[in-house]
Design a protein around this ligand. Sequence first.
Ligand SMILES: *[C@@H]1O[C@H](CO)[C@@H](O)[C@H](O)[C@H]1NC(C)=O
Ligand SMILES: *[C@@H]1O[C@H](CO)[C@@H](O)[C@H](O)[C@H]1NC(C)=O
Ligand SMILES: *[C@@H]1O[C@H](CO)[C@@H](O)[C@H](O)[C@H]1NC(C)=O
Length: 512
Amino acid sequence: MRHLPRARLLALQLALLVASGALEAPLSAPRSLVWGPGLQAGVVLPVRYFYLQAVSSEGQNLTRSPPGQTLFRVVIKSLSPKELVRIHVPKPLDRNDGTFLMRYRMYETVSKGLKIEVLYGDEHVAQSPYILKGPVYHEYCECPEEDPQAWQKTLSCPDKEPQIEKDFASFPSINLQQMLIEVPKRFGDERGAIVHYTILNNHIYRRSLGKYTDFKMFSDEILLSLTRKVLLPDLEFYVNLGDWPLEHRKVNETPGPLPIISWCGSLDSQDVILPTYDITHSTLEALRGVTNDLLSIQGNTGPSWINKTEKAFFRGRDSREERLQLVQLSKENPQLLDAGITGYFFFQEKEKELGKAKLIGFFDFFKYKYQVNVDGTVAAYRYPYLMLGDSLVLKQDSPYYEHFYMALKPWKHYIPIKRNLSDLLEKVKWAKENDEEAEKIAKEGQLTARDLLQPHRLYCYYYRVLQVSSEDPSCLVECPQAKKWPESLLPEGAQESACGTLATLRNTLNAS
Ligand SMILES: *[C@@H]1O[C@H](CO)[C@@H](O)[C@H](O)[C@H]1NC(C)=O
Ligand SMILES: *[C@@H]1O[C@H](CO)[C@@H](O)[C@H](O)[C@H]1NC(C)=O
Ligand SMILES: *[C@@H]1O[C@H](CO)[C@@H](O)[C@H](O)[C@H]1NC(C)=O
């Protein structure tokens, strides 16, 4: 092409760019940006990840991915040819906004280190190759960092978690002796779903209070994952595995409220909350069968904004009456709303009238511009995933909340709708008539959710709850009757004690 006049060449290039839909200068591999926790050896996570921003040869961030199949790829090898390790590196996730998410899961530890090449075609991107000096641990390495502060620093944990501060404000001191007596009585009955955990010398001990404690597999797995990464403080706490938060006593009542730890909070309870078992489990099992996780969702957000269907969308089970109302509204206003119930359990008599909608894959939700988030039994645990998409979320007012809601503001990150849905259609109409603003709110919500819901932040959050729980010295109490439980009841690495209090465990372990 060298003999073409320069003007014609430029015109041709421009025409090609216009034809390809990218009115941006071509991508520059060296000017593109690469960053994130997955480039640091010390950030041990089930799935490590980092980000890529495509940048043009003129230094401008691309806001859409280069057309066609992406040429970005990542090659990860052990630094030492003698260390053969299995590392799963899926294709980069195209976030459809000029940024990409790179993930990898290590199945073994490398002692010398890792070499991460980020390539665009055959060209190195940004500072590629990245060298991670070993040891680089995999998820199942029992390799806790002994200095928790150093660990938090490596993870860039935030200095403050406002929700944790708020939750513990109700509990200036924790009376474990009182909990030991009261928790089994109040919450450990037949229908109870409480697990009493004790952590001592970075080992997990627990006993179940109540019949419905199968979900302890979720609390076990994250606690064990934490002990592999960082030295946990010695402490005891009670986790509520049920849907509803439990402690409804007011702060100024006597006797006062107990710091029960739950997955979902509500305005009329005092429970201390953790990230839900749903996002926790999917973070732990990402790239191992779980397909919806906080990372994968980011690369599966459907068509671009302008190509999304201009309707509000909902599919879900019949776990709350408003969901049925939503279907009714949808039947009356099909041009604004497409809502359907995919499974009946609570309101079976309604199935005839409202019909049953076909199941649809979650990624396909994002074919629609507006997503309706209506509570289920408690908060709808799909909300984090919806926020990570690039649709506008219409969120039902709710007394229930998860660990990250506090940072999200109505009209900035999502559109609020009344609990009885009376203004839903009006809000959908507003969004249709104010497309630019709607898109802006959708984008702002997505960016904030991407930041808040990073998997390493989840670990920071869990650690911080345990840390604050252990700060009160009265956390070490005596327990009169200690009894060992059969090892078979325990998850790998955990031990169970009928009494489960620190002091007794200490004595038992010292004696044996
Ligand atoms: C380009 O993208 C990077 C990473 O997303 C961001 O930090 C930077 O502020 C962006 N630059 C401009 C000029 O928007
Ligand atoms: C919208 O869809 C059309 C038809 O499939 C496609 O040609 C166009 O590139 C899409 N626009 C965007 C911004 O993705
Ligand atoms: C819906 O709730 C609002 C209060 O949020 C109330 O003013 C309104 O009357 C309710 N509408 C219906 C139809 O119940």
